[in-house]
Write a protein that binds this ligand. Sequence first.
Ligand SMILES: *Cc1c(COP(=O)(O)O)cnc(C)c1O
Length: 227
Amino acid sequence: MSVEKNLSQLKKEIEDTCSKMGRSIHDINIIAVTKYVSKETAKEAVDLGVTHLGENRVEGLHEKYENLGKEVTWHFIGTLQSRKVKDVLPYVDYIHSLDRLSLAKEINKRSTKKVPCFVQVNTSGEESKHGLKPEDVVPFIRELEAFSKIKIVGLMTMAPYTDDEKRIRSCFQMLTSLKNEVQQLHLPYAPCEELSMGMSNDFQIAIEEGATMIRIGSSLVGNERKE
Ligand SMILES: *Cc1c(COP(=O)(O)O)cnc(C)c1O
């Protein structure tokens, strides 16, 4: 498995989907999710021009950061325990998993600067998935006004792992419509312009439905830890 081949294949598929939808490829950011792979493989991706990396665990983030540090933009995409916030904040540029007030409170307390966050939404209704219920998103974001260090740059979701394209698409459509709803509020701390949605098996559908950040692990850098 070569990261180089995977990346060119991925870019081609993004281009095809974008041209079909009349979207610009420059509106799509690829976040290489390196949680399954070594720091060497992560570096390979960066050397090939990938500028966004995503990790879902504090240990993985620290390990890769040590190696690649300021070369890339860092995304924390995993569930974040409040007590780990202080270990994550110095290293990350974006947090994709804001899903409760207690976490917002901790980020606000620990950070010295504004932290770009995505509100994670459970669009599939699956119990195994984290995130706010769709109907709770707007009230939640309104409550964030109290936290001056939190900036809501967008919404994030994970679709169910299924072959049922319709089900996946309806999750992404729901996230897009929620994003529009938040934007209508014109809250200065919640511009909410980004949609973090789409993974290896469903990024084309996500792009068709408006994704601006796709999070790609296995089909880009591989899945060494599972093999
Ligand atoms: C692991 C993970 C991804 C990437 O998954 P792949 O299917 O390997 O592309 C994306 N987003 C989140 C939140 C993840 O945990």
